[in-house]
Design a protein around this ligand. Structure first.
Ligand code: HDD
Length: 695
């Protein structure tokens, strides 16, 4: 391929010069570099639009200034509608590598032996609009487009494994209920309270999903530490036409990490782009996050049931303990987009984008999704030709009879636009080859049916699987949400009919917190199994520390270059980042370079704190806020040198079981790393509810 000088510059700049990626090769001719070029009008003639065409230096602007007029007209139309949900998002390119030959289960080409495909992943939050915060409590979208050699396979999922409703007919109602209230226009920053909890009261089938969102899982640290889940059951078909049902998950190799709610709200105020910055910087630093594709397989015996769980009900999950997921491959994100509008904003995902070997099941939520996404793209991107935008194009040829329409970029050759025809148009593929359903036959009386769901068992099981601190965080989240509901009937109905059906003690604790009457004490004799599977618990197990950031406090007299080097020597091999925070930025008297000052940063941006010194010119309350906030958020804190005095001044006793360390630089660096790996945070620093609430 012949590349212009400008394109070569861009390729070198973006590191694409030796691309082995079919998708990147396809994108290259679309790259435009205007850096240093002479300005032109849109008809390619040279012009300068910095000054209006005027009748004299102080006179009226002329209508004849067609060039600036076009500039203005284009600017006036620069925005396309934001997505109706998942408006706030960002993403990156990468690859997916199949870890085996799965041809016995599916014909999907991207799951054959050693096949590698390009991908683009867009992460998002459901409720907040484009200017909102990425770290607010919400379900996070995890949408993957696999540019496979047999067409685009989209895996459009969320970071939690279930959903609020099980019939797509209710999706507009759900979204209306959780977005800003219709009359008031608030809240715009996150989920509404009164309307949302009224909806959740009416639709108890979502109680398990809601508890997931209100647990620590609902406030992940960043997207490198979230899982992905397809939520629905899908169908694999192999070359022999045999059907196997499956559910898919992305399991982050870095583990799951969460914020605490107070921290999340503060990050939202200080840097609402925290998550996209984290992903962007990690990829730019060569720290490429990876996820394993885990698949649960279920026999297709015609019942769509597995061990008593309805596979057509997306409000429920199949716990790993009942069906161990198999690893089908690994995805690595390794390249930031070149242009935010053209790539993460213009990408169009659709669960209907499947390749031969993947089809659907009669889940009434999924079935509406198969229609809604294609429809919304035509509206949002302004044309049914949106699939021809560079980021959306498959790397395989697209041959069809779709013609014309707004912004059709192709120049199709020939007269034929219909098939079958006798004059050489496209030839229909074997109809059974892409959308194949095995032996499924549909037979039923037409009607509007309620999806019968076991509303509470999985919520109870999830509640029981949480440790006391995770339970406390969840109780506090219910208290926050219900405490902001402006209708006392909604509050009491939610507590008595939903929470009390999940767990009496949970209901009483929440009721106490919001000042509602406590449900009567009852001892449940329901025997509910507990499934503490890895999808359910954040900040647990041995976590990777890659890309975490330690804040090192210093001043003009404390923290020597040698101490900093010693900390760095322990952090660098594990890719733990650090920043030196001091009363002022720049070079300190000690020779240490301070990257941040107490004015520009805050404890919430660090996963752990090392106090090397912080006395000179640091207002005492600033230092106290910094350290005590990190303490309250459960973060590991270590002191070296005269930092030990600061710890004791603040009343913090060195105690490794509480994540409080002191010693030489090398020692505390090791302790900090260990603490970040496991347990990650020390929630036991904060009190639990009194057990007497449930006695
Ligand atoms: Fe949806 C966007 C995930 C139910 C209709 N959805 C959207 C995105 C994700 C999901 C990740 C963002 C895609 C992107 O980054 O561009 N949605 C889900 C999951 C669901 C779900 C996991 C339940 C299992 N969605 C759902 C239903 C409907 C929709 C039931 C409608 C019947 N979703 C949409 C949409 C969006 C969307 C309106 C908005 C923007 C877009 O599609 O591209 O069509």
């Amino acid at each position: 391929m012949l590349l212009s000088t400008a394109s070569c510059f861009i390729l070198a700049f973006t590191g694409l010069a030796f691309s082995q990626s079919p998708k990147q090769d396809q994108l290259q001719p679309f790259l435009q570099d205007t850096l240093g070029q002479i300005e032109t009008t849109d008809n390619g003639a040279q012009d300068n639009t910095a000054n209006s065409l005027r009748a004299g230096p102080r006179g009226h602007v002329l209508l004849e200034d067609t060039t600036v007029r076009k500039k203005m007209i284009h600017f006036d139309r620069e925005r396309q509608p934001e997505r109706v949900v998942h408006a706030l998002g960002h993403g990156a390119y990468g690859t997916f590598e199949s870890s085996g030959d799965w041809s016995n289960i599916t014909s999907a080409c991207w799951l054959q032996n050693n096949v590698t495909s390009d991908v683009f992943v867009r992460f998002s939050v459901v409720v907040a609009g484009m200017g909102g915060s990425e770290v607010g409590r919400d379900t996070h979208g995890f949408a993957t487009k696999i540019y496979s050699q047999c067409g685009n396979q989209d895996l459009v999922g969320n970071h939690l494994p279930s959903f609020f409703i099980n019939d797509g007919a209710l999706f507009p109602d759900l979204v209306h209920a959780v977005k800003a209230e219709a009359d008031k226009g608030f809240p715009t920053g996150g989920t509404a309270h009164t309307t949302a909890y009224d909806f959740f009261t009416q639709r108890p089938e979502g109680s398990y999903q809601l508890m997931n969102v209100l647990s620590d899982l609902g406030i992940p640290r960043d997207v490198r530490h979230i899982a992905g889940a397809g939520v629905h059951t899908y169908r694999f078909i192999n070359d022999a036409g045999e059907s196997t049902l499956f559910k898919w998950y992305w399991q982050p190799q870095l583990g799951l990490r969460s914020l605490v709610y107070d921290e999340a709200t503060k990050i939202a105020g200080k840097n609402n782009n925290f998550q996209r910055v984290d992903l962007f910087n990690s990829i730019a630093a060569g720290l490429f996050p990876k996820w394993d594709l885990l698949i649960q397989l279920f026999p297709d015996d015609g019942t769509y049931m597995f061990k008593g769980i309805d596979l057509l009900d997306p409000t429920k999950v199949v716990p790993n303990e009942l069906n161990k997921p198999l690893k089908f491959g690994t995805m690595t994100l390794n390249r930031n987009p070149t242009n935010f509008f053209s790539e993460p904003e213009s990408i169009a995902f659709a669960p209907s984008n499947v390749v031969r070997g993947v089809t659907f099941v009669p889940d009434a939520l999924l079935q509406w999704r198969l229609m809604s996404y294609d429809d919304t793209h035509t509206h949002r991107l302004g044309s049914p030709n949106n699939y021809l935008l560079p980021v959306n194009r498959p790397v395989t040829p697209v041959n069809n009879n779709f013609r014309d329409g707004y912004m059709q970029p192709e120049i199709y050759v020939g007269a034929s636009t219909s098939s079958p025809d006798g004059i050489g148009g496209v030839i229909g593929a074997n109809a059974a080859s892409t959308l194949d359903y095995g032996n499924e036959t549909i037979n039923g009386a037409i009607g509007r049916y309620n999806v019968i769901s076991d509303d509470f068992t999985q919520a109870t099981s999830f509640w029981n699987s949480l440790d006391p601190y995770a339970q406390q965080h969840t109780v506090d989240a219910y208290r926050f949400e219900l405490g902001n509901v402006a209708n006392s009937t909604v509050v009491s109905t939610y507590i008595n009919e939903i929470l009390n059906s999940i767990d009496n003690c949970l209901a009483r604790r929440v009721a106490f917190g919001v000042g509602a009457p406590l449900p009567t004490i009852s001892k449940s004799n329901k025997s509910i199994p507990v499934y503490p599977s890895e999808f359910k618990l954040a900040n647990q197990g041995k976590l990777s520390v890659e890309g975490l950031v330690v804040g090192i406090l210093a001043d003009d007299n404390s923290l020597s270059v040698a101490e900093l080097s010693s900390l760095q020597a322990s952090f660098a091999p594990l890719s733990v980042m650090f920043q030196v925070v001091a009363p002022h930025q720049g070079l300190l008297n000690t020779g240490v370079l301070a990257n941040s000052s107490y004015i520009t940063t805050s404890s919430i941006f660090y996963d752990a704190i090392v106090i090397g010194g912080a006395e000179t010119a640091t207002p005492r309350d600033t230092l106290t806020t910094f350290v005590m906030e990190a303490f309250g958020h459960g973060k590991p804190i270590a002191a070296i040198g005269n930092g030990a005095g600061i710890l004791s001044d603040l009343g913090l006793k060195v105690d490794s079981s509480m994540g409080l360390f002191a010693g030489g630089a090398a020692d505390v660096a090791g302790q900090i790393v260990q603490a970040l790996m496991s347990p990650g945070r020390f929630p036991q620093r904060n009190p639990l509810d009194s057990p007497s609430l449930c006695k």
